[in-house]
Design a protein around this ligand. Structure first.
Ligand code: NAD
Ligand code: AKB
Length: 310
């Protein structure tokens, strides 16, 4: 691989981009990372569905790597499937085509536990479980995984895929996802508010600390190509937790915390997803190891968000 790295990030102003971009800059240097999004604080504005604009930007900047974060998440996607498909699949296709045309070496595509449907083992779901998703978001992510393998095979493009669980961090706000509640619950707790939970009490999902997700992503992208045996991606596990588990972890620090369960459409989406992931392949192939448990992450969330422990 070229030692000169110029890294383009799409969707930089989202929950993950706001943490990943500073981490990329710390590793590669400020000027080597070009952060793009539709609006907000960006180095360059970019709508990934605008094929001509995307190609022009790639031609101008000649990135060696692209971290393609731009997306419409699961809950929003079910309400606006046309936009979800345009951004999540057509936008990604534009990135892949542009990457081939402009000689990009490596592309990161964040997939999701949403690729799995209700017909897989819910506990420790294996990488090779069938992907028959029930959301438009999951359908686009599953197609995206297959596209990654196809571009690797046909064009030699080094597309790398991680299936993220719900990501939880104090640094940034999530938007439009089914797992957003797992961040919002901590914000409610530190404000002393009752949290109205959109998932039922025992609806367990795989979760992962933002710090682990960012470190794992950078390590995975830096791993030598021969270590990446799975062309269509890896499960990235952290821990499994249900809303009642988060409530208990918060109550151990904030005994007066209250939660009111009012399951909505997000609970039905969550019911179709795994409760936990088997991520042994990531551990064996490129050394993945999460550091945060539910308890450790809960303490860190409350400390960073400024919980009043009285
Ligand atoms: P987010 O919704 O917080 O941010 C997405 C960003 O994409 C936003 O800043 C938005 O402005 C931008 N965007 C939307 N449409 C665009 C377009 N047409 N052109 C350019 N930018 C556009 O998402 P996130 O949580 O930061 O997730 C980043 C990636 O990781 C997504 O692909 C998501 O599917 C994936 N992922 C996230 C999680 C999670 O828990 N956060 C879990 C699994 C996978
Ligand atoms: C969502 O809930 O849509 C995301 C995801 C797990 O892909 N957080």
């Amino acid at each position: 691989m070229d030692t000169r790295q110029v890294i383009l990030v799409t969707g930089c102003n989202g929950q993950i981009g706001r943490v990943l971009v500073p981490a990329l800059r710390a590793r590669h240097g400020n000027s080597q990372v070009i952060a793009t999004d539709l609006r907000g604080a960006v180095d360059r504005q970019l709508d990934v569905t605008d094929t001509a604009a995307l190609l022009a930007l790639l031609r101008e900047l000649r990135p060696t790597q692209i971290y393609h974060l731009a997306a419409v998440l699961s809950a929003t996607g079910e309400r606006d499937p046309v936009r979800a498909w345009q951004v999540n699949l057509n936008g990604y296709f534009n990135v892949l085509e542009g990457a081939v045309a402009e000689g990009v070496e490596r592309v990161f595509f964040p997939s999701s536990i949403a690729v799995y449907g209700p017909d897989v083992p819910r506990e420790a779901t294996p990488d090779d479980a069938p992907t028959r998703p029930s959301t438009i978001y999951g359908i686009a992510k599953a197609a995206g995984e297959n596209l990654a393998a196809w571009y690797r095979e046909k064009h030699g493009l080094d597309v790398r895929v991680l299936r993220y669980p719900g990501i939880i961090g104090w640094e940034s706000a999530p938007g439009g996802g089914t797992t957003d509640y797992a961040v919002e619950i901590f914000h409610a707790a530190v404000k002393g508010e009752t949290f109205v939970c959109p998932l039922s009490a025992e609806r367990a999902l795989p979760m992962l600390a933002m710090a682990d997700a960012v470190r794992g992503t950078l390590d995975y992208m830096a791993a030598p190509r021969e270590q990446i045996r799975r062309a269509s991606g890896y499960n990235l596990g952290g821990f499994s937790a249900a809303p009642a588990d988060f409530a208990a972890a918060i109550r151990s620090q904030c005994p007066s915390f209250q939660i009111d369960y009012q399951p909505d459409a997000r609970d039905r989406i969550a019911a179709s997803w795994p409760a936990g992931l088997d991520d042994r392949a990531a551990r064996e192939d490129w050394g993945w190891q999460p550091h945060y448990t539910l308890e450790r992450l809960s303490l860190a969330m409350l400390a960073h968000l400024g919980a009043d422990y009285s």
